[in-house]
Design a binder for this molecule. Structure first.
Ligand code: B3K
Ligand code: ZN
Length: 853
C-alpha cells in the first residue's frame, strides 16, 4: 500500500512517546509468504508525557489484538494503529502476518537466497509488527523463532533451542531499529575473544555453505582487532556472551550494527587474496570496526530521534577513522578521507541536496544517511578533539559514556558533556551542526618589521532554506617555514571565530612560508593566492604530510584546469615536483601513490564551475588523458625502477605496508601503460596471483583501449564469484570510452547474471555509469535517459536504493543548457512516475527545487 501525501517531519515537533514499553516478547513462525509474528509487550503510561496509544505498522495483516488478554479492535490505517487503552499498566498482544519472500525493498523481514534476514534501521521494524518504531522507545527483547532451518539467530544471548526453534534474550534495552533476526542454512566461522575484564565472548561469522566459507578469516581477525582497540583507546568492553556477524547478498547498504547480531552486505565482510583487492580489505576492516564500535556509540547510547543521527554516525565514523589510521599511516588515512570529503561532501554542500549535519526536517529519513551526516559529522568530532586537546577529549568521552549509558541522547547532550568536562562554551561550535554548506576561508598575509600577519575571512554560501550564515569556529592548524624548508614555528591551532580575523607572529627574521590548514584541520575550502613556485616549495618541503600532498594536489588542479580552459601545456613545476617525490625512497609508498594521483573528472568539473566556467566533461576527460601522457613521458626514466622496487616476494598480505607498495607499483603501471602499449600490464595480468594485481593490470589495459582478451578471460575465470563479477561489471562500464559508456551499461543489463533486485549488481553497473563523468554527461544524453529509465523501474522494487542513486543528477545545475534540459526531463519523468515512492519523490523534488529542505 502506498502512503498518503508525504508529510514533512520537523525536529522542532519532537515529543516523547506517551508510554513506556518495559519488555517485548516476539514469536516468529517463519514461512516465506506467510510468516506469523506474535508480539506481547508490557506497557506503562508515561505520566510525564501522556499521549495517544499509536503503534507504527506498515504492510502488516493484523490477525488479532488483545489488551490484558481481551480481544480489541484497533483503528488501523496504512501508517499504524490506534487503540483505546487503560490508564494503567497493561499487556498488549497482537499477531500479524507478513510476506518476507515478496519483500524486495529489503527493509523489515525479507529473504535473500533462501535466507531470512532483517534490516530495521531506520523505520523497518514497523514492517514486522505494530510497535512504537522510534529510537527513544527502548525495551528489553526476548525472541522465539520457529522454523525448519539449521540456524536461527536474534539479538543478545541464546537462552534455549530445540528442533526447529530457538530463543534469544537481549538484556540491554534497545530501540526497535536494532532488532535483528536471521534464519537459514548457514555455517559459522567461529572465533573467541576474552575481554579486558576476563569475560569470554564467542564470535561467529555466518555464511552460506560453499565458497564463502574460505573468506571469513580476515573479517574474524578484524573483529578481534576492533574489540581490542576499543578497549585500549576508549576503555569500552563488549557486553554480551556472543557476537554474531551474518553475510547477506541482498542488502541496501554496507552493514548494520544490530545488537549482538551485525548483518553485513557480503561485499563488506567476505575477503580472500584471490578475490579481494587491497582497497576491499581496508574497507572491510573499517566497516567491521565501525559496526562493532556502534555497540557503544549507537547501541548503548542511541539517538533520541532521527534528526540526531550524526550523534552515532559522525562519532562512529570518527572512531573507525582513528582505528584505520592506527593500522597503518595516519597521514595517508587523513589524505584519503580529505579526498572523499572534498569530492563528495563538498559536492553535496554545493547543490540542491545540501543539508546541515543535523537536519531540521525530512520526508524520508533514509534519504539522510548521507556523507554530510557521516563524514562531515566525523569532521566535527575531529575539530572538537583538536580544539579541546586529546586528554580533554577522552575525559569528555568517559563522561559521555557514564552519563548517557542506556539513554537516547541528543547533540545538545553531547555538547553539554564537553562543556561540563572542559569548561568551554560550545554555543558557536554548535553552528557546525545547524548550518549547511562548506565555509570558504580566504587568507591574506602581511610581513613588516619582523611581524608576520595572517588575516582570515570566512563566508559560507547560501544553501536550500538557509540564506545567511553566521561565522563558525574554525580550528586552523598553521606552521611557518623558512625559505630553506626548516620549521620556524611548529604547528599551532588558531581559532578563527570572527567573519574576519588577524593573527600575528612576532620576532621573525624573514618573511616565512605559511603552511595553513595542516592535517586538514577543518572541513573548509581554503582560498589563497599562491604562486606555483610556493606550492612547489611546500610540495618539496612541508613538514606536514597532508599539506605536502595538498600542495601537489593544488598544483595538479591548476595544471589540469589550464589544460581544459587554455589548452596549456602542463607546468614544469608540477612535473618536476612529482618526479622528486616519486624518486624519494624515504617517503611512504602509499603517500607517493597519492601524490601521483590526479583529481577526478568530477572534481575538475566542480573546480571549473567554482571558477565561473561551465564545465565540459568531454573536454575535461581529454585533458586528463593528455596530462597522464605528459606525466608518463616526464617520469619515464623513473617509473620502471620504482615499479620494480615495489615488487613483493612471498605470499600476499593485505597489511598497510604491502598494500602501499602495490598501490605505488600500480600507479606507475598506469602511467607506463601510456607509453608501452600495455606490454607491462599484460605481463602483470598473466603473472598476478592476487586480485589487487590482476584487476589493476586489467584496468590499465582497458583504459588504453586494449585488454578485450583479458576481460573475457577474467569474466570466464570468475563467473561464479558474484563479488568479483560486481567488479567486472563496474570496471567494464567505467573503462568504456565516454561515447560508449551508456551503450556498455545497457548491454550489461542483458547479461544473464544482471539482476536488478540485487543492489550490489545494480550499483556495479549504474554506479559506475554515474561515476564515469564524461560517459554519464556524454552530449547525447543517452546515459541520463538510461539511468532515468532504470531508476523508474527499480523504484517499485527497491525505493531506498533508487532514491540514493538519483544523486547522480545532483550536480545538474553546473552544466550547460542542453544538458540541463535533458536532465530536467529525466527528473520530471521520474517525478511523474505513477506510485513513485516517498524516498525517490523527496530526492527528485529537492533536486528540482520543489521541496524546501
Ligand atoms: N546504521 C547503518 C545504516 C542504516 C541505513 C538505513 N537506511 C549502518 C551504519 O552506519 O553503520
Ligand atoms: Zn554507522
Amino acid at each position: 500500500m502506498k502512503d498518503a501525501a508525504p508529510q514533512t517531519i520537523y525536529l522542532k515537533d519532537y515529543r516523547p512517546f506517551g508510554y513506556h514499553i518495559d519488555d517485548v516478547h516476539l514469536t516468529f513462525r517463519l514461512s516465506p509468504e506467510a510468516t506469523r509474528v506474535v508480539a506481547r509487550m508490557s506497557v506503562r503510561p508515561n505520566a510525564e508525557y501522556p499521549g495517544e496509544f499509536f503503534l507504527h505498522g506498515q504492510d502488516l495483516k493484523l490477525i488479532w489484538a488483545k489488551i490484558d488478554g481481551a480481544e480489541v479492535a484497533p483503528d488501523v490505517t496504512d501508517a499504524g494503529l490506534t487503540c483505546p487503552v487503560p490508564d494503567a499498566p497493561f499487556v498488549w498482544e497482537a499477531e500479524v502476518e507478513i510476506s518476507p519472500a515478496t519483500n524486495t525493498a529489503l527493509e523489515g523481514l525479507y529473504m535473500s537466497n533462501g535466507m531470512y534476514c532483517t534490516q530495521c534501521e531506520a523505520e523497518g521494524f514497523r514492517k514486522i509488527t505494530f510497535y512504537p518504531d522510534r529510537p527513544d522507545v527502548m525495551s528489553v527483547f526476548t525472541v522465539r523463532i520457529e522454523g525448519d532451518l539449521p540456524v536461527l539467530l536474534s539479538n543478545g544471548n541464546p537462552v534455549g533451542q530445540g528442533d526447529g526453534w530457538a530463543e534469544w534474550h537481549d538484556p540491554w534495552p534497545k530501540p526497535a531499529y536494532l532488532f535483528a533476526l536471521v534464519g537459514g542454512d548457514l555455517v559459522a566461522h567461529p572465533g573467541q575473544f576474552t575481554t579486558m575484564s576476563g569475560k569470554d565472548v564467542a564470535l561467529n561469522i555466518y555464511v552460506r555453505p560453499g565458497a564463502d566459507e574460505d573468506k571469513c578469516a580476515f573479517g574474524m581477525e578484524a573483529l578481534k582487532r576492533s574489540m581490542t582497540w576499543d578497549e585500549k583507546v576508549y576503555g569500552r568492553e563488549y557486553d554480551l556472551d556472543i557476537f554474531n556477524i551474518v553475510a547477506v547478498d541482498d542488502f541496501n547498504m554496507g552493514a548494520m550494527e544490530n545488537k549482538g547480531l551485525n548483518i553485513f552486505n557480503s561485499s563488506c565482510v567476505l575477503a580472500s587474496p584471490e578475490t579481494s583487492t587491497d582497497a576491499n580489505f581496508e574497507r572491510i576492516d573499517a566497516i567491521i570496526a565501525h559496526e562493532y564500535f556502534h555497540n557503544w556509540t549507537g547501541n548503548r547510547i542511541t539517538c533520541r530521534d532521527w534528526f540526531q543521527l550524526c550523534l552515532k554516525e559522525g562519532l562512529t565514523v570518527f572512531r573507525d577513522q582513528q582505528y584505520t589510521g592506527d593500522q597503518g599511516s595516519h597521514a595517508v588515512k587523513r589524505i584519503e578521507d580529505a579526498i572523499v570529503l572534498r569530492s563528495h561532501q563538498f559536492r553535496e554542500d554545493n547543490g540542491p541536496l545540501a543539508h546541515p549535519v543535523r537536519p531540521e526536517s525530512f520526508i524520508e529519513i533514509n534519504n539522510f544517511y548521507t556523507i554530510t551526516v557521516y563524514e562531515k559529522g566525523a569532521e566535527l568530532i575531529g575539530m572538537l578533539k583538536r580544539l579541546v586537546g586529546d586528554a580533554a577529549y577522552y575525559k569528555a568521552l568517559d563522561l559521555y559514556f557514564t552519563r548517557h549509558d542506556g539513554q537516547a541522547a541528543t547533540i545538545e547532550d553531547w555538547l553539554k558533556v564537553f562543556e561540563d568536562s572542559t569548561g568551554r562554551n560550545l554555543t558557536q561550535f554548535k553552528r557546525w551542526y545547524e548550518q549547511a554548506g562548506t565555509p570558504r576561508l580566504a587568507v591574506t598575509e602581511d610581513f613588516k618589521d619582523g611581524t608576520y600577519a595572517l588575516t582570515f575571512t570566512q563566508t559560507t554560501p547560501p544553501t536550500p532554506g538557509q540564506d545567511t550564515k553566521a561565522p563558525q569556529v574554525i580550528p586552523v592548524a598553521v606552521g611557518l617555514l623558512s625559505d630553506d624548508g626548516t620549521e620556524v614555528l611548529p604547528t599551532q591551532v588558531l581559532e578563527v571565530t570572527e567573519a574576519e580575523q588577524t593573527f600575528t607572529f612576532d620576532g621573525l627574521a624573514a618573511k616565512p612560508v605559511p603552511s595553513i590548514l595542516r592535517d586538514f584541520s577543518a572541513p573548509v575550502i581554503l582560498q589563497r593566492d599562491q604562486t606555483s613556485a610556493e606550492r612547489a616549495f611546500l610540495m618539496a618541503h612541508d613538514t606536514d604530510p597532508f599539506n605536502r600532498w595538498d600542495a601537489g594536489n593544488a598544483l595538479a588542479r591548476d595544471v589540469y584546469r589550464r589544460m581544459v580552459t587554455e589548452d596549456a601545456a602542463p607546468d614544469a613545476a608540477y612535473l618536476d615536483g612529482i618526479a622528486a617525490i616519486l624518486r624519494d625512497d624515504s617517503l611512504d609508498p602509499a603517500f607517493r601513490a597519492l601524490v601521483l594521483s590526479l583529481p577526478s573528472e568530477d572534481d575538475m568539473a566542480q573546480d571549473l564551475a567554482d571558477a565561473g566556467h561551465t564545465p565540459d566533461p568531454t573536454a575535461i576527460h581529454h585533458a586528463g588523458e593528455a596530462l597522464r601522457v605528459a606525466m608518463a613521458q616526464h617520469l619515464q626514466d623513473i617509473l620502471p625502477r620504482v615499479r620494480a622496487d615495489m615488487a613483493i616476494d612471498g605470499p600476499y598480505s593485505p597489511d598497510a605496508k604491502s598494500a602501499g607498495k602495490r598501490s605505488l607499483g600500480n600507479a606507475c603501471l598506469a602511467l607506463l601503460s601510456r607509453l608501452d602499449g600495455g606490454a607491462a600490464a599484460a605481463a602483470q595480468y598473466k603473472a598476478a596471483d592476487n586480485m589487487t594485481m590482476q584487476i589493476a593490470a586489467l584496468a590499465c589495459l582497458l583504459k588504453i583501449g586494449k585488454g578485450a582478451g583479458e576481460s573475457a578471460a577474467f569474466r570466464a575465470q570468475w563467473r561464479e564469484d558474484r563479488l568479483v563479477m560486481d567488479k567486472w561489471f563496474g570496471l567494464t562500464v567505467s573503462s568504456a570510452a565516454p561515447q560508449n559508456a551508456a551503450a556498455t551499461a545497457a548491454r550489461l543489463t542483458q547479461e544473464p547474471d544482471f539482476d536488478m533486485k540485487n543492489p550490489n549488481r545494480f550499483r556495479a553497473v549504474f554506479g559506475a555509469l554515474a561515476g564515469h563523468s564524461a560517459g554519464f554527461h556524454d552530449p547525447s544524453g543517452d546515459a541520463y535517459r538510461l539511468l532515468g529509465d532504470w531508476l523508474g523501474q527499480l523504484d517499485a522494487i527497491n525505493p531506498q536504493t533508487t532514491a540514493r542513486m538519483t544523486t547522480a543528477f545532483a550536480t545538474w545545475k553546473r552544466y550547460d543548457g542542453d544538458r540541463q534540459a535533458m536532465i530536467r526531463a529525466v527528473l520530471e519523468g521520474l517525478a511523474a512516475t505513477p506510485n513513485l515512492s516517498r524516498d525517490t519523490g523527496e530526492m527528485v523534488g529537492r533536486m528540482l527545487g520543489d521541496t524546501p529542505s
